[in-house]
Design a protein around this ligand. Structure first.
Ligand SMILES: C[S@@+](CC[C@H](N)C(=O)[O-])C[C@H]1O[C@@H](n2cnc3c(N)ncnc32)[C@H](O)[C@@H]1O
Length: 170
């Protein structure tokens, strides 16, 4: 018979693996309001030059970035691997009444094609950045803006950096 301790450890291991799929990307750490506001300020400054017809947050967590961008007038989707976080995001966007401008997908972002997006936001782990860089180069159209929080994206030339947001243009 299994001891309660072993069952607890197994449950914890399963929970951690579910919450933090490190081989697929960064674990869930929500961005602060201040960092989201600084991203919004950067994008508002660039709005004259870039059209920003459709944005996506890669690993959208509880949806706070996608929803903040949508409230600011952007069309922004979010893709999130974790089902609980995805459901939370869907609940929030339904409540806000902005569901026609913001969609969430419960998916691995490596499995979706990003070619219809002209603004990419992400906060991902350095371990997957090289693979992600190849994907971005293969799929994004010229002129797409990428905003990566904290970590640089290899093999892309950084255009601008502010408040730990690294900005790239394809
Ligand atoms: C550091 S958090 C950022 C959350 C949110 N973007 C924010 O800034 O508040 C990273 C998120 O990416 C998600 N994630 C990691 N790898 C993923 C993948 N391959 N596909 C979709 N989501 C992924 C995690 O579940 C986590 O919620």
């Amino acid at each position: 018979m299994h001891s309660p301790f072993l069952i607890l450890i197994s449950a914890l291991g399963y929970f951690l693996f579910f919450m933090f799929p490190l081989d697929k990307g960064a674990p869930f750490i929500p961005n602060s309001n201040r960092k989201i506001q600084s991203l919004l300020n950067i994008l508002i400054e660039m709005k004259d030059k870039y059209k920003f017809q459709k944005a996506i947050d890669l690993g959208s967590g509880d949806g706070r970035i996608a929803i903040a961008l949508t409230k600011e007038g952007f069309y922004c989707d979010g893709v999130e691997l974790n089902k609980l976080l995805y459901k939370r995001s869907v609940g929030k966007i339904q409540k806000s009444g902005l569901g026609d401008k913001c969609k969430f997908f419960n998916e691995d972002f490596f499995k979706i094609n990003l070619n219809k997006y002209d603004l990419i936001v992400l906060w991902q782990s350095p371990q997957i950045m090289s693979k992600l860089s190849t994907k971005l180069k293969n799929e994004l159209v010229k002129g797409t803006l990428i905003c990566s929080y904290y970590f640089k994206i290899p093999h892309l030339d950084e255009m601008h950096k502010k408040d730990n947001w690294h900005i790239y243009e394809m």
